[in-house]
Write a protein that binds this ligand. Structure first.
Ligand SMILES: Cc1cc2nc3c(=O)[nH]c(=O)nc-3n(C[C@H](O)[C@H](O)[C@H](O)COP(=O)(O)OP(=O)(O)OC[C@H]3O[C@@H](n4cnc5c(N)ncnc54)[C@H](O)[C@@H]3O)c2cc1C
Length: 411
């Protein structure tokens, strides 16, 4: 379909994970002429999830080259200010939308859907399945699955998130790579009893933050985000919903503001996200014919612009594969190009927990005083430049675009 003016080492590629990183890579590789299969554990494309954002010219350039910039803009949240309140609901400070929402903010689920729709005709998606073993030979990788019959691929990409299955199979247990940052985050939906509209309210008690938000989608529903301190990883079963609810109810027991109502609504929910705020740190992103992309290789949970990072790194990985004669050289070039960029974004993310759940009353007051100044344009501009600095700290190479894309790509 596309004129092949580049090399394509390893033509059959299996990608594990159909969220952001996986479908972004699938988009490029399928355009470059690879046969791409994406295997996703969930029974269908996962909707929902958090609002994620793009900042600076690097994210924008890649989204433009992917041909999805306009659609991403059409789906943006247009979230307004976020207000921090005390236990009576009185305002303590407010944050400008650009600080929390970047240049363009979109729900992870919407972005995933855009990517899926752009690739589903050229990419094989297998939902409700997971890789069970990877056996590499000199020329290929033999793969077995929970449900599908065994198959053989030239390359395997782990784009399956913070708790990556491919990383575990190829590199070892996640305890070596996933570093707890001392905080947990939980998310679920509740009735929008405050009548919020494209705005959020945050309340803090020492070591705990809770946010009610409404992104303008459904006036009846509000999102809850809870961020709390936990020095050590909690010993909880990630698949036991009742135990997770008990854990949150204990942590937030006795707090004021809207917390009692939120905890009552928590009892009714059947969709709850709860995980450590953690970072993935790897000495190398590739091993043989297996390579990691996005959160699986360098995830940062909140505040690290993980979505922009995944999209940019997918562009780089595909570009390097398309312009190198073999996967070893391509993987080495990919790692050399993105490592410092990814680590810089992770460093920016390290501040999310302490900022959203300061550990003492004095620290909450200090945070409020400092962030109040954010409304002063000079300071807001300075902090904006800091985040944009990490988001743009990579020189984008102009890889050869597949011919129909090149024709469409006039800027
Ligand atoms: C609480 C929280 C807040 C965040 N806030 C932001 C933010 O404000 N801004 C931002 O840019 N980013 C944010 N992120 C990060 C962002 O969600 C990710 O960086 C982004 O989605 C890219 O991730 P990914 O595609 O690499 O992995 P993920 O989005 O985690 O997707 C991994 C996919 O792999 C699938 N999978 C898992 N196991 C298997 C398996 N065994 N087999 C097959 N498939 C599997 C999963 O179902 C999922 O679809 C946040 C993340 C969290 C957790």
């Amino acid at each position: 379909m596309y004129e092949q003016n580049f090399t394509a080492p390893g033509r059959r590629v299996l990608i594990s994970g159909a969220s952001i990183a996986g479908p972004s890579l699938a988009l490029w590789l399928s355009r470059y002429g690879y046969e791409v299969t994406v295997v996703e554990k969930a029974p269908a494309l996962r909707g929902g999830g958090f609002a994620v954002d793009f900042r600076g010219h690097v994210h924008r350039t890649v989204l433009e080259r992917m041909g999805i910039w306009d659609e991403v803009n059409r789906c943006q949240t247009h979230m307004g200010e976020q207000t921090f309140v005390d236990e009576t609901g009185a305002e303590q400070m407010r944050l400008d939308p650009s600080f929390m929402s970047g240049d363009v903010e979109i729900f992870r689920g919407d972005l995933s859907r855009i990517l899926y729709e752009r690739t589903r005709d050229r990419v094989e998606y297998v939902f409700g399945d997971s890789i069970t073993s990877l056996t590499e030979t000199a020329d290929e990788v033999h793969v077995t699955f929970e449900r599908s019959a065994p198959r053989t691929f030239d390359l395997v990409v782990g784009a399956d998130g913070l708790h990556s299955n491919v990383r575990r199979l190829a590199f070892g247990d996640e305890s070596q790579f996933v570093h707890h940052l001392g905080y947990y985050v939980a998310g679920f939906d509740v009735p929008n009893h405050l009548g919020l509209d494209r705005t959020a309210r945050w309340f803090n008690a020492p070591g705990r933050g809770v946010c009610l938000n409404n992104y303008g989608r459904d006036p009846r529903t509000a999102g809850v985000l809870m961020v709390f301190e936990a020095d050590q990883p909690l010993d909880h079963d990630r698949h036991d919903l009742a135990a997770q609810k008990r854990l949150l109810a204990e942590r937030y027991a006795g707090l004021g503001w809207e917390v009692p109502q939120i905890l009552r609504a928590l009892e009714q929910t059947d969709a709850l996200y709860l995980d450590a705020i953690a970072q993935v740190r790897m000495d190398r992103f590739a091993k043989g014919r297996v390579v990691l992309l996005g959160d699986a290789g360098y995830g940062a949970t909140m505040g690290g612009m993980g979505t922009g990072l995944a999209v940019v790194c997918a562009y780089v990985l595909a570009g390097e594969l398309a312009t190198h004669p073999d996967h070893k050289a391509a993987f080495a070039a990919y790692e050399a190009r993105i490592r410092r960029f990814a680590e810089g974004c992770q460093r920016t993310a390290g501040g999310a927990g302490p900022m959203l759940a300061p550990s003492t009353a004095a620290r909450i007051r200090r945070r409020n005083r400092t962030y109040k100044l954010l409304n002063a344009p000079l300071l807001a501009g300075y902090l904006d430049r800091l985040t944009v600095k990490s988001a743009t700290a990579i020189e984008l190479k102009a890889y050869p675009l597949p011919t129909p894309l090149a024709a469409a790509h006039t800027h």
